[in-house]
Structure formats: structure tokens, C-alpha cells
Ligand binder design. Structure first.
Ligand SMILES: O=C1C[C@@](O)(C(=O)O)C[C@@H](O)[C@@H]1O
Length: 254
């Protein structure tokens, strides 16, 4: 019994915030060749969503080469929606890029029509967020605004405030990833998710507690208001992700 969001977001007929928990496989290949292979393998596993971690791609700083690669990759994905994530280095991105490089690549990829959902961090400058939001709206895409804490789990109140803030910034889908030091921290993230969902956050959300200790959040987060879980396809993109089919089987039991 998943907890649905007030507002639903439909992306290529996958419903964020609906009754089904979405399983998202991340792609983290470095080269064009490896990426096209990874896309093929991931699509054959039939996830609900695929995330391209563009920051892992060796040509991410080259807007033209990256958008060309997206156009090559998209037909391999059987119409599975793509979350396009050019993660900033200070929140876990693979490499340092300038904001100009990131913005140029995001815009070029949006213009292809294949970057269905863009993920950017709430810590970006307001002008950067506004520019991405404008391009997202112009190209009829959707926006995830995210926050990642790889060291600790903030207080419940702080986590609710982060999700509310992301929604205020214009996120179609607010997102929060935190690192637990204890099982109590995992409960805090679950409670914050539930309170956000039953409180002021009307949009679909994605939350998770990372690493081994937080693993359970990737299975039961849907009961508290998380609409998507990152699962392992070919390669994990963060600690604690579990295999997709295991997650799906467990969801049928909950
Ligand atoms: O931000 C996130 C969440 C994540 O870090 C996770 O913990 O599953 C995985 C990333 O690929 C994604 O961009």
C-alpha cells in the first residue's frame, strides 16, 4: 500500500506519485561505447525509469557531444523515461565542471526532447536554478531539485524544511538523500518523508537513507511517501542500492 502524492507527475506514461513505486536504474558509464551498451542492457531489464549520471560521462563538459550521445542512446531505451543528472561535484558528482559547462550541457540535452526529467541540486545559485527551470518548462520536461548529505542525517524538522524548500524553488519532484549513522537516523528520514507527504509537500518526492544501514529505506520508503527507488541495474550509483527484481518482489508483499 504505497502512499500517493496529492499532485501526480506523468512522464511518458509513468506516474510519479501514483500507486506504483517506480524503480530507477542509474547508468554511470564513462565512454560513449560503454554507455550505449549499458543503455541496451538496462532497457532490457525493463525498469520504470532510467537515470543517466551524465557527470560520469567523459564528454559531459562538451554540450554538443553529450546531446549527440543522448540522441544515439534514446532509441535504445524503449520509451523508458530518462532522468538526466549532471551532479555537481560537491554533492557527489564524478568530476568538477563549471556552472557554464553544466548549464550548456543541460540546455542542449533538453532541446533534443529526450531529457524527460532534469535533476539539479538545491545548492546551486538561484540564477542557475531559474535558468534550468526556464529551459525545462520551454521543453516540456520536468524538474527534480535534490539535496545530498553524504556525512549525516539532519534533524527531522530540517529534512522536512529541505523538501518544502525544494518544492518552493519550483521542483516538480523534490528529492533528499542522507547518510545514516544509526537505525534511528533511518527512522528520522522515514518520519520526515511521511510528515512532508501528509503536510505541505504536494508534489511527488524521492527520499532515501544511504549505505547498508539505510538500505531498508529503499524498500519501505514508498509506504511513507517516497515515489521512486534507485535500484541496481548493471552498476550501482550510490551505496545501499538493491537489485531491481528484489525490490519489486518486496513491494508486492508490502
Ligand atoms: O541522487 C541520487 C540518489 C542516489 O545517490 C542514491 O542514493 O540512490 C543515486 C544517484 O544516482 C541519484 O542521482
Amino acid at each position: 500500500m504505497k502512499l500517493e502524492s496529492k499532485v501526480k507527475v506523468n512522464v511518458r506514461n509513468r506516474i510519479f506519485g501514483g500507486e506504483k513505486t517506480l524503480a530507477c536504474i542509474p547508468m554511470v558509464a564513462v565512454t560513449r561505447e560503454a554507455l550505449l551498451k549499458e543503455a541496451d542492457i538496462c532497457a532490457s531489464m525493463n525498469p520504470d525509469i532510467i537515470e543517466w549520471r551524465v557527470d560520469s560521462f567523459e564528454l559531459a563538459g562538451d554540450a554538443e557531444a553529450t546531446s549527440r550521445t543522448l540522441v544515439e542512446m534514446a532509441p535504445l531505451l524503449n520509451d523508458i523515461p530518462i532522468i538526466f543528472t549532471f551532479r555537481i561535484a560537491r554533492e557527489g558528482g564524478a568530476k568538477e565542471y563549471t556552472q557554464e559547462e553544466r548549464l550548456a550541457t543541460i540546455k542542449a540535452c533538453l532541446e533534443t526532447g529526450y531529457a524527460d526529467v532534469i535533476d539539479i541540486e538545491a545548492c546551486n545559485e538561484p540564477e542557475f536554478i531559474a535558468a534550468v527551470k526556464e529551459a525545462v518548462v520551454a521543453n516540456n520536461s520536468r524538474l527534480i531539485i535534490s539535496a545530498h548529505n553524504f556525512k549525516s542525517t539532519p534533524s527531522e524538522e530540517e529534512m522536512i524544511a529541505i523538501l518544502e524548500h525544494e518544492q518552493e524553488l519550483g521542483a516538480d519532484i523534490p528529492k533528499l538523500a542522507v547518510m545514516p549513522q544509526s537505525f534511528d537516523d533511518v527512522l528520522a528520514l522515514m518520519r520526515a518523508t511521511y510528515r512532508a507527504r501528509t503536510g505541505n509537500v504536494i508534489q511527488p518526492m524521492i527520499t532515501m537513507s544511504m549505505a547498508e544501514v539505510g538500505k531498508i529505506s529503499r524498500v519501505i520508503g514508498n509506504l511513507y511517501g517516497s515515489d521512486l527507488s534507485f535500484v541496481v541495474g548493471q552498476n550501482a550509483s550510490a551505496p545501499g542500492q538493491i537489485p531491481m527484481n528484489t525490490a519489486r518482489e518486496l513491494w508486492t508483499l508490502l
